[in-house]
Ligand binder design. Structure first.
Ligand code: BGC
Length: 747
């Protein structure tokens, strides 16, 4: 297939038609020219390939598939090798099912723990989301199937998701909300990008030229296809001109007619349309070139991979000795989730599982089950609770399966509380009161509060663990697998502590991102707040020591790279894996007065270690890792100064620190005008020469206590805060003198 040649042969009508899907899941075929349709399917926690004919809403049953841990869980692995492995598996499944593109992964940042879709997103941190996303896309596309990273961009809530305006400043957008997309675009070249439903600063993403062309294609050099989220088109022709190639789903010819009319009317040029058509044709070409016959979707093998992944993603949040459980010991398992575990989220990523292992089926010898609560209700059931408490009191240990029922979180709506159902909280408190070895296992897509935390012995966060949930839970509880996940998001103490609390989900169909770059741990650390569990935190059944931090240079230019080396040792009795984290701590405020986070994750490494074993880890940091986004430059900027490189087991458990001095290769441009302060101008040699005497006479004139008892220093501060232009009004400088001075300074 030759896209350029085909482009020449297509009629206007065919071009317009190609830029809209044919149905819910296919691009349009043009039989006259032998252009086939390509099929896309939801993901990335498994395939949601709709079986049979597509219905208008895409909600018919999908084929039986394997459900892997959701992205919230995958992120907790802090393991790019795991993400890449999942990508390969998904890619082979796509080949087996003749799918061109998997719609995922979702790269949106968890701005608030309330977002109903947080289970589908990786992290509150863009480096973690970006590096894991890139690994998954690389694995997937190595198998000849394409990814569609989504939802581009600033789609951080489900409330009003189709219309809400994300009002976010330029620095925050680039530093936090675009950064993961940027990493994946640059490191993994995804075949496609899905634009989000929402607006950014007043313009729908589907019509946002700045986003889809200036940033994505010009700044990041993206060469693939941009498709809409399903039904995100408002004005189709404006969208094409903005850089939106493919409208999904198809089904109506409204968009097609709009494009044809706009070309006839001259409001959309043929060149603009051709760009979109070429991107569609090139996607179909990639699909044809990537197709491999004879690949089968091996559901049994992929189930095993899903189970193993669930074990590698779980986070041990607390353990005062009850875990691991002893094989054969007398343990009571409590909870409705035993028979119907919550293992995936609701909405478009929902997989029709071939086989789910339930904790009930996976129970170990010596374990018996009581129900404890009704998952369909929030109200404590006194009979169920009393039965559980009676069984718990007599047991050696108790495991309560708790978390969020399906109705609590889903695509399409946000949570309004961090609380778990009241019946579950009441049950845990009642059981913990009679049983010192109470272990709570959590199945949820996002953080919850834990009013019973001090009273239980252990907490194991499984997130939404996929089809292998039951077996993985038991393997972790009994120490057949050693927990090694770390939190990819902060668990706050309460909802009102969260960074976006006062502006989430917003009002009048708009949400002001007032917290700026201070999202997740960047906020809690800057505000020196206590949290329930910090970002990057997680325990193991073994222990790890960090040693020997070495930075390969003490000073470097912002164009250079820094090698950070350190050693991790397994100092405990079991084999295990440690997710070591490398943070950069910048100066707290920039020269321009911009606040910077206390620390920012820049690199991480998952280190697998036998007891007593040590491994040396090396990660490379570049100038960009020290930079913030400077709005004056419209670019990232690593300011000259001393930075700390901090290596730790979590964002609040820093074990090693070193310092490096960065030198910026360009100064920040400063423009002086009549509104520059006298102090700013005085700080330059030319300014000091020109204004020295004027300032002296001002200070002399202010003698005595006429300005209050501020002292000489105070008087000087008052005057240096005044504007140079005011010296003309006060007759201390002529207009000509001021103009000459400003010209000299700006020249
Ligand atoms: C979701 C996308 C999904 C698409 C197709 C939309 O509603 O936002 O994530 O890929 O539907 O199902």
């Amino acid at each position: 297939m030759n896209p350029q040649e085909l482009l020449r042969q297509l009629t206007l009508e065919e071009k317009a038609a190609l830029c809209t899907g044919s149905d819910f899941w296919h691009t349009k075929a043009i039989e006259r020219l032998g252009i086939p349709a390509a099929m896309v399917s939801d993901g990335p926690s498994g395939l949601r390939k709709q079986a049979g004919d597509a219905d208008h809403l895409g909600i018919n049953d999908s084929i039986k598939a394997v459900c892997f841990p959701s992205s919230a869980a995958v992120a907790s692995s802090f393991d790019t090798a795991l993400a890449e492995r999942l990508g390969h598996i998904l890619g082979r499944e796509c080949q087996g099912e003749n799918l061109a593109v998997l719609l995922g992964p979702g790269l949106n940042i968890k701005r608030s723990p309330l977002c109903g879709r947080n289970f589908e997103y990786y992290s509150e941190d863009p480096a973690l989301a970006g590096q894991l996303g890139a690994a998954l896309v690389n694995g997937l596309q190595a198998e000849g199937a394409g990814s569609c990273i989504k939802h581009f961009a600033a789609n951080n809530q489900e409330t009003d998701r189709m219309v809400s305006d994300s009002r976010v400043d330029e620095r925050t957008l680039h530093e936090i909300y675009l950064a993961a997309f940027e990493t994946v675009v640059k490191q993994a070249k995804p075949w496609s990008v899905m634009c989000a439903y929402n607006k950014i600063n007043g313009t729908y993403c589907s019509e946002n030229k700045q986003l889809l062309t200036d940033i994505l294609r010009t700044r990041w050099s993206y060469r693939g296809l941009v498709m809409t989220d399903w039904g995100a088109v408002k004005d189709r022709a404006v969208g094409v001109a903005a850089g939106l190639d493919l409208e999904m789903p198809g089904g109506s010819d409204k968009g097609i007619r709009e494009v044809i009319d706009a070309v006839h009317a001259g409001t959309l040029s043929m060149e603009e349309l051709d760009k979109a058509v070429l991107n569609v044709l090139e996607l179909v070409q990639k699909y044809l070139e990537g197709r491999r016959d004879g690949v089968t979707f091996d559901r049994a093998a992929d189930y095993e991979a899903a189970r193993r992944a669930a074990e590698e993603c779980a986070v041990l949040l607390k353990n005062t000795g009850a875990l691991p459980l002893t094989e054969g010991a007398d343990v009571v398992l409590i909870g409705d989730f035993a028979r119907a575990p919550r293992y995936q989220g609701g909405g478009s990523s929902h997989v029709n599982s071939t086989r789910v292992s339930t904790p009930y089926e996976a129970m170990a010898d010596g374990m018996r089950w009581v129900r404890g609560y009704d998952v369909a209700s929030d109200t404590p059931d006194s009979a169920l609770q009393a039965e559980a408490v009676a069984a718990a009191g007599k047991a050696g240990a108790v495991v309560i399966l708790a978390g969020l029922p399906d109705r609590y979180e889903s695509e399409g709506y946000d949570r309004t509380t961090l609380e778990m159902p009241a019946n579950q909280n009441a049950l845990i408190a009642a059981v913990a009161a009679v049983q010192p070895n109470t272990v709570v296992v959590l199945y949820n897509g996002a953080p919850v509060t834990m009013p019973w935390l001090d009273d239980v012995n252990a907490v194991l966060e499984m997130y939404l663990a996929g089809d292998g949930v039951g077996e993985a839970t038991m393997n972790l509880l009994y120490g057949r697998a050693n927990p090694s996940g770390k939190l990819a998001e902060t668990f706050p103490q309460k909802l009102s502590d969260t960074p976006a609390y006062l502006s989430y989900p917003g009002e009048d169909r708009a949400s002001a991102y007032n917290e700026g770059v201070f999202v997740g741990y960047r906020y809690y650390d800057k505000k020196e707040m206590d949290v329930l569990f910090p970002f990057g935190y997680g325990l193991s059944y073994t222990t790890f020591a960090y040693s020997g931090l070495a930075l390969d240079k003490a000073a470097m230019a912002d164009t250079d790279a820094l090698a950070v080396r350190f050693t991790v040792t397994n100092t405990g009795p079991r084999a295990g894996a440690e997710a070591a984290q490398v943070y950069v701590c910048p100066p707290p405020v920039t020269a321009k007065g911009r606040q910077r986070p206390v620390r920012e994750l820049k690199a991480f490494a998952k280190v697998f270690l036998a007891p007593g074993e040590s491994k040396t880890v090396t990660v490379n940091l570049t100038g960009r890792d020290f930079a913030y986004y400077e709005p004056i430059l419209h670019d990232f900027y690593a300011e000259t100064g001393e930075y700390t490189v901090a290596v730790g087991a979590s964002s609040r458990d820093i074990r090693l620190q070193g310092a490096v001095t960065i030198t910026a290769s360009r100064p920040l441009p400063v423009v002086y005008d009549a509104c520059s302060s006298i102090g700013e101008v005085m700080a330059t040699p030319a300014g000091a020469r020109a204004l020295g005497s004027a300032l002296q006479s001002l200070a002399a004139g202010a003698g005595g206590a006429s300005l209050g008892d501020t002292g000489e220093d105070g008087v000087s501060k008052i005057f240096t805060g005044m504007l140079v232009g005011q010296l003309v009004s006060f007759g201390m400088l002529s207009q000509q003198q001021l103009d000459d001075l400003l010209a000299a300074l700006n020249g």
